[in-house]
Design a protein around this ligand. Structure first.
Ligand SMILES: [Zn+2]
Length: 370
């Protein structure tokens, strides 16, 4: 596997390995390798792995991820005077965009010789990691709060992952996985929030939007929890810009639930670091991350691409989700409705203007909602 790991904060570089953090400043690392001189015609085959030249060079691990539909909105978009396109990530094999990250992460860790992958997630990321580990013939161990339940947990178990139930609030599960890794060299912490390889897989959303449209949209609107999808989109569009395939990176807007909005709070005050919050209850459970470690990177990227960060309330969220199903026939989970709930606000504030092309990334299916 070529390339290197690079610290986005202090610039230190490390050889490719299973390290998650910079040894100097502890920031989560990113993966980097020189972009080969490419022409669009060099992309071969269908689906996700046609973008292999942009990804870490490892043997593909595929379950049919990516290649998700871009559905034109017939009512919600025109109602706001916009050309709105819905990138439906619920069509991925395990039902969410996390499959893109998990496919690349597990493929890389398999190549690096890992045997047992551990993560702390009882949600879509855990389900994706369990499925791709099963596919790769690796063992997965998921540390989850003992209070967790529901369809995603059953999905994780069905894929043969070992569940470790950790008493106490959510951060205890993270503490438990870290402690387990320190005592067991055979265990690899495959953190979906920290791994540089996970973000690499998420770049493919940008490549697909470019190929489906033939250009880059004016705006992309995404939910932000850990920030991986946001950073993946920015990195993907930057790749296309470097190759001269698009002129500019779209304005990418970040949406969080008002009950847990550390990035929006920082954005509103012009701060460079997220404002840690005490998270309230929210139906957008996928975005309930009170102090995202890559939050400062998201804030920096927001400024660079001219994006806005917007918080939405629970009512707006549930209304948007209900309308999408009733008026367009697309059934998504509450977290995935964040971009739609934010659109009226972005229009009112003049950030998104009439006749512009807007893509809302709908991150997961509604079928797993308990
Ligand atoms: Zn560093």
């Amino acid at each position: 596997m070529t390339g290197e790991l690079v610290c986005p904060r202090c610039g230190r570089t490390e050889p490719v390995g299973t390290e998650l953090r910079c040894p100097s400043c502890r920031a989560p690392l990113r993966y980097r390798r020189p972009l080969p001189p490419l022409q669009p015609g060099d992309l071969r085959g269908g689906g996700f792995w046609r973008y292999a030249p942009f990804l870490p060079d490892v043997p593909p691990l595929a379950l049919g991820e990516g290649g998700t539909p871009l559905v034109p909105s017939r009512r919600l978009g025109p109602g706001l005077g916009l050309e709105l396109l819905l990138k439906y990530e619920g069509a991925n094999p395990t039902g969410s965009f996390k499959d893109r990250g998990a496919a690349v992460l597990v493929a890389c860790l398999r190549e690096l010789g890992a045997r047992v992958l551990a993560d702390d997630s009882s949600g879509n990321a855990g389900a994706a990691l369990a499925a791709y580990s099963a596919r790769a013939g690796l063992r997965a161990r998921l540390y989850v709060p003992s209070s967790a339940s529901g369809p995603k947990l059953r999905q994780i178990e069905a894929c043969g992952a070992e569940l470790v139930r950790v008493p106490g609030p959510r951060p205890e599960a993270t503490r438990a996985v870290l402690a387990a890794g320190q005592g067991d060299p055979g265990l690899t912490y495959a953190s979906h929030n920290l791994s540089p390889f996970f973000v690499e897989g998420l770049k493919t959303v940008a490549y697909e939007l470019w190929e489906d449209l033939g250009w880059a949209p004016d705006h992309v609107v995404v939910p932000v929890g850990g920030g991986g999808l946001y950073l993946g989109l920015v990195a993907g569009f930057r790749d296309l810009q470097k190759l001269g395939w698009i002129e500019r990176v779209p304005r990418i807007h970040a949406v969080q639930p008002a009950a847990c909005a550390p990035i929006v709070r920082a954005y509103e005050r012009g701060l460079e670091e997220p404002v840690p919050v005490e998270p309230g209850e929210t139906v957008a459970e996928g975005a309930r991350i009170p102090n995202p470690e890559r939050g400062w990177e998201v804030l920096r990227a927001l400024t660079e691409v001219g994006g806005a960060a917007v918080a939405v309330g629970e009512e707006e969220l549930l209304t948007a989700r209900g309308r999408l199903a009733r008026e367009e026939g697309v059934y998504i989970e509450p977290t995935a409705a964040l971009p739609l709930a934010a659109l009226p606000k972005l229009v009112r504030q003049g950030i998104v203007r009439p006749e512009e092309t807007v893509v809302a990334v709908l991150t997961g299916t509604g079928l797993k909602t308990g």
